[in-house]
Each structure stands twice: as structure tokens, then as C-alpha cells.
Design a protein around this ligand. Structure first.
Ligand code: PLP
Length: 346
């Protein structure tokens, strides 16, 4: 059951909303035994890379595209650091509607680019950063009467609330800490809204602390001002001027949470740890929260025994280049058993 059907009573859908789905949502929540022990907490990972296009973007995109179809939109437009375009292109294909995606030229991970092209979107590389591409997408959508499916589209954040609902259902409560990467700041805002909605409905009593993690080279919510030239290996959060900054700040303030930043080195180390000790391959941006928890632990600021959920926003297969730059090559041998046994003994 997809997000619209599973949560139709909680979402702004009507009989006229198409029951669009690619099977998004209902992703696994996995307890990470080894890393929990290292950190002295109960650490759970929400595997958003298991969504149909490989990232959490599908939760909101299914809603945005369904609502665009309901209102008779002729085409979809978005700007993207990669995953939004992959998701928009996938749902556009399923819904049989044209899709234009604007990407910052040369700054999109290979897997995401391959997806957008394979799903048949018109892919346009903009020689400018993401923030500029988004401005252009918004203006073009308005001029042409197309539906913009970036997170400025309110239905995106509605659909993304479903992640919080699933976590509460799986744990029987909200976690103590909700750790999440922050780029355009829509997802942290959506999770907060989702938890609050569940509290209002009496399904949970306590709300989590919202802990948002940015890359040090793209950390406007940590420094308090827009970052004109964002740079980070975590391309999905390479954003200098988050559209939902106001909502994210409110979520962090109201939940006694915090924004923090982690360096690219810390992100890559966390990615390798998650793979090699957790068995989960997530893309670099998704590993900012784990890098952050490790940093808190080092600083003596990670309370023992808390339940923390981290949102692994995207699949590691999206960005094979960054992964390969972290690890060695395979061992290579001839076709003799002796050689095989020799390398196995090393
Ligand atoms: C989009 C994205 C983010 C950032 O989410 P925001 O809602 O923009 O803060 C983080 N990780 C991945 C993998 C993403 O695709």
C-alpha cells in the first residue's frame, strides 16, 4: 500500500485525488546493534533508500504529482540536487505527464542523473548552483502554468509527514532524538509536523528533539546566514539558502533540538562505518546524522541509553563515484585455486 492509500485519512486527499503509487513508504526501521553499542544508545535507522526511486523524496512526490494531476497540470517542473529529479521523473512517467528537471551542471551524483534520463524526463543542466536553478524553475512554472514539484509545493511536505507516522507506529512512541540531514530543510519540517499531528491525535505523548545536521561547507542554519557558495561531497545537501529555513528553525526551537555541522571527512567516515559495521549503504548526505552523533559522543554530549532514529534519506548506490573513492580496488588473481587460497590467507 502506498503513502496516499495508507494515510488517506491524515492527508489532504479527496475522492478526486488519483490513487497514484509506485509502492513508496512503509520502509524498514532497523536497529543497528553494533553502532548502538559503540555509541551507548539505542540507534534505529529508517531506510528511506528502499523507496522506489531510492530516496525519501518519493513520499512527498507521490502527493505533489497526484495533486498536480487532480488540478489538471499539463507538465511538472523541478530543480534538484538529484533525488527530487529522479523521483519527479519516476512519478511523471507513471502518471504519463511531461517532466522538466533543472540540475546544477556537473554537481549531480551519477546514479541520480541516470535515473532522471531513464525515466524519460527532459533534463536540463544549469550552469549555476541549486539555489539559482530553483529560482529559474519557479519562474518558468509560473509563466507556463506548470506544476512546480519542489518542496515549495506544500503537498511534498504533507506526504513526507508519513515517515514520522511510520516511526511512531513501529516504536510505539516517538524517539528521544530524531537525527536528520538538512538541505533545503523540508524534510526536518515535515517530520516535525508529522510528530506534532500524531501528538494532537493522542497517538504519542512525547515529541522528539529534532537534531538537524548540515555539511560544514553548506551550513546556513548553523552559521545563521545564507551560504553563497555551498560545497560538500554530500551533494544532496549542497544548498546555501534553504527554502524551508523558517519552518526548520521553528521545529528545532520548539523541540529543544539543535542544528549542527559535520565536515566532509566526518561524513565519509560515517558512511564507511555504516556500511562496514551496519550493513547499510547510504549516500553521503544520509550519513551526516551518524557523523553528528559520533561528534556528540566525542564531545560527551550524547546522553547514554537514549532512543535515536536517524533518517537514511537516500540509497548508497546513487553515488558510486564517492563510494569508490573511499575504498580500494578488488583483489585480482588469475584463474588458479592456489592463487585464490593464497589471497584468502592474507
Ligand atoms: C533531499 C535530500 C536531503 C535533504 O532534504 P531537505 O528536505 O532538502 O532538507 C537529504 N538527503 C538526501 C539523500 C536527499 O535526497
Amino acid at each position: 500500500m502506498g503513502v496516499i492509500e495508507r494515510y488517506s485519512e491524515l492527508l489532504p486527499v479527496t475522492e478526486k485525488t488519483p490513487k497514484l503509487t509506485l509502492g513508496e513508504g512503509s520502509t524498514p526501521l532497523v536497529h543497528l546493534d553494533n553502532i548502538s553499542e559503540m555509541l551507548g544508545i539505542e540507534l534505529w535507522a529508517k531506510l528511506e533508500g528502499c523507496n522506489p526511486s531510492g530516496s525519501f523524496k518519493d513520499r512527498g512526490m507521490v502527493m505533489a504529482v497526484a495533486k498536480a494531476l487532480e488540478s489538471g497540470a499539463k507538465a511538472l517542473v523541478c530543480a534538484s540536487t538529484g533525488n527530487t529529479s529522479a523521483s519527479a521523473a519516476a512519478y511523471a512517467a507513471a502518471a504519463n505527464v511531461p517532466c522538466f528537471v533543472l540540475l546544477p551542471a556537473g554537481k549531480v551524483a551519477l546514479g541520480k542523473l541516470a535515473q532522471a534520463l531513464m525515466y524519460g524526463a527532459t533534463v536540463i543542466a544549469v550552469n549555476g548552483n541549486f539555489d539559482r536553478a530553483l529560482e529559474m524553475a519557479r519562474e518558468a512554472a509560473e509563466k507556463e502554468g506548470y506544476a512546480i514539484v519542489n518542496s515549495v509545493n506544500p503537498y511534498r511536505l504533507w506526504g513526507q509527514r508519513s515517515g514520522a507516522w511510520e516511526i511512531c507506529e513501529a516504536l510505539g512512541k516517538a524517539p528521544d532524538w530524531h537525527a536528520i540531514p538538512v538541505g533545503n530543510a523540508g524534510n526536518i519540517s515535515a517530520y516535525w509536523a508529522g510528530y506534532k499531528q500524531y501528538q494532537e491525535l493522542g497517538k504519542i505523548d512525547k515529541l522528539p528533539r529534532m537534531m538537524g545536521f548540515q555539511a560544514a561547507g553548506a551550513a546556513p542554519l548553523v552559521t545563521g546566514e545564507p551560504c553563497p557558495n555551498p560545497e560538500t561531497v554530500a551533494t544532496a545537501i549542497r544548498i546555501g539558502n534553504p527554502v524551508s529555513a523558517h519552518l526548520a528553525k521553528e521545529a528545532v526551537a520548539m523541540s529543544s533540538g539543535e542544528f549542527n555541522s559535520v565536515t566532509d571527512e566526518e561524513i565519509l567516515a560515517a558512511q564507511l562505518l555504516l556500511s562496514s559495521k551496519g550493513g547499510i549503504f547510504a549516500e553521503p548526505a544520509s550519513c551526516a546524522p551518524l557523523a553528528g552523533l559520533i561528534k556528540f559522543k566525542k564531545e560527551g554530549r550524547l546522553p547514554r541509553g537514549i532512543t535515536a532514529v536517524m533518517i537514511l534519506t537516500g540509497n548508497g548506490l546513487k553515488d558510486p563515484d564517492t563510494a569508490m573513492s573511499q575504498v580500494g580496488r578488488p583483489l585480482e588473481i588469475g584463474d588458479s585455486l592456489e592463487e585464490l587460497l593464497a589471497v584468502m590467507k592474507k
